[in-house]
Design a protein around this ligand. Sequence first.
Ligand code: 13P
Length: 256
Amino acid sequence: MARRPLVMGNWKLNGNKAFTKELIEGLKKELADVKGCGVAIAPPVMYLAEAEVALAGQDVIALGSQNVDLNVSGAFTGDISTEMLKDFGAKYIIIGHSERRTYHKESDEFIAKKFAALKTAGLVPVLCIGETESENEAGQTEAVVSRQLDAVLDTLGAEAFNGAVIAYEPVWAIGTGKSATPAQAQAVHAFIRGHIAKKSQAVADQVIIQYGGSVNDANAAELFTQPDIDGALVGGASLKAPAFAVIVKAAEKAKA
Ligand code: 13P
């Protein structure tokens, strides 16, 4: 069944006000004619205001965020809520990125709660999952992604993945220049879809599964030839408008 691909840029901890405006102006020029691929960007939350203004008046590029906290208001120093993200027009919200799992000790259970908070708020969770290099070498990839998915499936049910996005990001491929091969990624994507299909085939058929980890303008097209790779979550290459545009257009062409 046809799924509309989604390519999202995760800017991570990069940029400033001027960079945010410039990059978005570049993206608007490069991507103005894109129809067959969803596009989203997640700048640092500090710059959502600049991004919202720069994106106004176009509907190709959607706004997102790299994280969200659980509580909606009150005495929670430093937190950012779903309602605040909505206030700036953010829609696609990354949760469970390996950098947060590692540096902020976020657990599967905690990430599942964030997933629930996003669904309650009507926002789109972009749930990142993936194994480390040592887990990969130990043959644990399927066990790890199953555990990460089950934290959501067992608490919220398969239906929670209706309209949601999964990003398979093998940790060993992030920022290393060593992307998974298209065949390697396809095998895990098919496993992920099959794991959800055990609960609901209809939900599995529609869920977007992005690949992330060293996606660039040179390797994207081949990754998108794979039937279960529905787009990409892009780090480094999303910081340059021409490279990001090549990736978006490759997805549009491959899935047309
Ligand atoms: P890179 O594209 O820089 O490897 O980062 C991938 C990533 O972590 C996106 O969330």
